[in-house]
Design a protein around this ligand. Structure first.
Ligand code: NAP
Length: 326
């Protein structure tokens, strides 16, 4: 039997669902050429009802991955949503081991853009992405690392903003948060760009050259904006006033943890301080043209996305801002 052209992980999530949608409806790939996956077999009918094939793939269970990855040409490997880096590294090691054993043709790993084309970011969750890329390199598999820009859609998480918020708290650090620079990307546009790349292949885009030994393609918005700029975008989009308040780092951690609507613990805000320092140091500022080339138009900037999102829905929330919703 000929290998399945595409196996997609993460298809029940926001990014993977958009990739699947565009492969089917923009690029008119035959549903039978695509295998969707989930940890839960209960999602089977959702995909099979569209004619798409389905397999269970759970990063925690190597056996499911070995079965799922049999006879597959292109594996879209969505990074796990696990927040604990040790657990995430084990899950990702399972995916790579299974891809090796199943002799997958090429792995397209959806990584994250902190550090640009380098490995210098100290931000906690980026470390698992660096480690996964290193493991892919050692594996001998053919792979591309798609370093995805920071989601503009996840802005409530980065600002700890809720529709009820009257002000956004920022830590007083150096360089100051007014100088933070993030080349945010819209999740839908990332999905669109990834689907185009999978459907058409790299050869169609000779100006997009995977960089470094890790074969990195950086997918970013068209310019870097600051976290404080996003507060301005909320104000414009909702037509209400939201202030910005600056506190010393420990004070900021304590005040953010106290009565947090999402119930996030102190450790979460301690990690958020490292994130904020990273984006003030320029970890996410690099802009690359690859996304614009793949979309065939200028992508949305972070402030444009945020303004649109809160204009469309004043009560916009982001699931990862709430501990119980993860
Ligand atoms: N670029 C950014 O700023 C940014 C922001 C947030 C997240 N991310 C990363 O990008 C990934 C995709 O984003 P998203 O917005 O689509 O996330 P999402 O909506 O939360 O969906 C996560 C997807 O990953 C799958 N998944 C999670 N853990 C898995 C595991 N252990 N084994 C197999 N599948 C697993 C889930 O499948 P099932 O539940 O059906 O098994 C689900 O389809 C996230 O998982 C996260 O690593 C990036």
């Amino acid at each position: 039997m000929a290998p399945a052209p595409f196996l997609l992980t993460g298809t029940t999530g926001g990014l993977g669902a958009k990739v699947l949608h565009d492969l089917l409806h923009t690029h008119h790939i035959s549903p039978q050429a695509i295998i969707a996956t989930s940890r839960s077999a209960s999602n089977r009918s959702k995909f099979e009802s569209q004619g798409v094939r389905f397999r269970v793939a759970d990063y925690d269970h190597l056996g499911t991955l070995e079965e799922a990855f049999k006879n597959v040409e292109n594996l879209l490997f969505m990074s796990s949503s696990e927040r604990d880096n040790d657990k995430r590294n084990k899950e990702h090691a399972n995916v790579i081991e299974a891809a090796k054993r199943a002799k997958v043709g090429r792995v397209w790993y959806v990584s994250l853009a902190f550090g640009g084309f380098g490995d210098g970011s100290k931000i906690g969750f980026q470390q698992a992405h660096y480690e996964t890329e290193d493991s892919l390199l050692r594996s001998g598999l053919s792979f591309i690392s798609l370093r995805a820009g920071v989601y503009a859609d996840a802005f409530p998480l980065f600002l700890n903003w809720y529709p009820s918020s009257k002000e956004v708290l920022f830590p007083n650090i150096n360089p100051p948060v007014t100088e933070s620079k993030i080349a945010f990307a819209s999740r839908d546009e990332l999905g669109e760009a990834i689907a185009t790349l999978l459907a058409q292949g790299l050869k169609v885009f000779p100006s997009i050259k995977p960089r470094t030994e890790k074969n990195i393609i950086l997918l970013t918005g068209p310019k870097a904006v600051s976290l404080v700029d996003l507060v301005g975008a909320i104000v414009r989009g909702r037509g209400t006033d939201v202030g910005a308040k600056y506190l010393e780092p420990q004070e900021w951690i304590d005040a953010s943890t106290k009565d947090d609507e999402g119930g996030k613990p102190k450790g979460w805000f301690e990690a958020r301080l490292v994130f904020t320092q990273g984006v003030c140091d320029g970890d996410a500022e690099l802009v690359d043209p690859a996304m614009e080339i793949l979309l065939g138009r200028r992508p949305e900037s972070g402030t444009e996305s945020v303004e649109r999102l809160v204009r469309e829905n004043r009560d916009y929330t982001w699931h990862q801002n709430h501990m119980q919703a993860r």
